[in-house]
Design a protein around this ligand. Structure first.
Ligand code: GTP
Ligand code: MG
Length: 211
């Protein structure tokens, strides 16, 4: 990683969320849907790492989520331990229309052997559930894997914007609230939003690096 977010309001709790999973399962699309409410059919492989951030409300507390969007390509796999360091939320994504991406979850678990599971929120996400006619992984299979490995589970569609409220608001943010207690932080001071290299008018910072 060559470019790192440098400054953010220290009074605003910040949680690093990392996307992991095979190439083309939809990690970047999930992020773009969630942060920018955009979706594209064109596949452009992530090279190295992208990141974006978004301020969200958890209860009455505003917090900043810093999203690390990793590349699924095998050649970038050696960087994963570096990226998972300090992550508070790990989103492991598979494609419900691609059995291989589900079978490979065990390889991804292996990448997490050095992660202290007590200190992080783990979520398993089955993406592309708009393509039910091409389904190769059942909901039950996803649920079973999640239960066995202590992951939150949610099927979603980045394309149809389905399942996002359940995944983020109802499950991940609820877990942040109970596990990390963000309301214990100092209150946010006026006018100090997160600052990365560039920021759009909605206060969403966006940055990209290739390494
Ligand atoms: P890497 O960056 O190579 O690791 O891939 P990725 O996991 O980031 O996949 P990406 O988000 O680039 O999406 C791959 C392809 O899947 C693109 O053509 C997307 O349009 C498509 N896609 C992503 N999410 C969905 C979805 O929910 N439904 C459907 N039908 N297609 C999707
Ligand atoms: Mg990507």
């Amino acid at each position: 990683m060559t470019n790192t977010p440098t400054t953010h309001d220290p009074n605003l709790p910040q949680y690093k969320l990392i996307f992991l999973g095979d190439q083309s399962v939809g990690k970047t699309c999930i992020l773009n849907r969630y942060v920018n409410d955009e979706f594209t059919e064109n596949y452009q492989a992530t090279i190295g790492l992208d990141f974006q951030s978004k301020n969200v409300k958890i209860g009455d507390q505003e917090v900043n989520i810093l999203f690390y969007d990793t590349a699924g390509q095998e050649k970038f796999r050696s960087l994963i331990p570096l990226y998972t360091r300090d992550a508070k939320i790990i989103l492991l994504v598979y494609d419900i229309t691609c059995k291989d991406s589900f079978v490979h979850l065990s390889d991804w678990l292996h990448e997490l052997t050095n992660v202290n599971k007590e200190e992080v929120i783990l979520a398993l996400v089955g993406n592309k559930n708009d393509l039910k006619e091409n389904r190769q992984v059942t909901v039950e299979e996803g649920q079973k894997f999640a239960e066995e490995n202590n992951f939150i589970f949610q099927e979603i569609s980045a394309k149809e914007n389905d399942g996002f409220t359940d995944l983020f608001n109802n499950k991940i943010f609820e877990e942040i609230r109970t596990k990390f207690k963000p309301e214990g932080h100092l209150p946010k001071s006026e006018g100090n939003d997160i600052v990365l290299n560039s920021e759009d008018k909605n206060g969403k910072a966006k940055k990209k690096c290739g390494c």
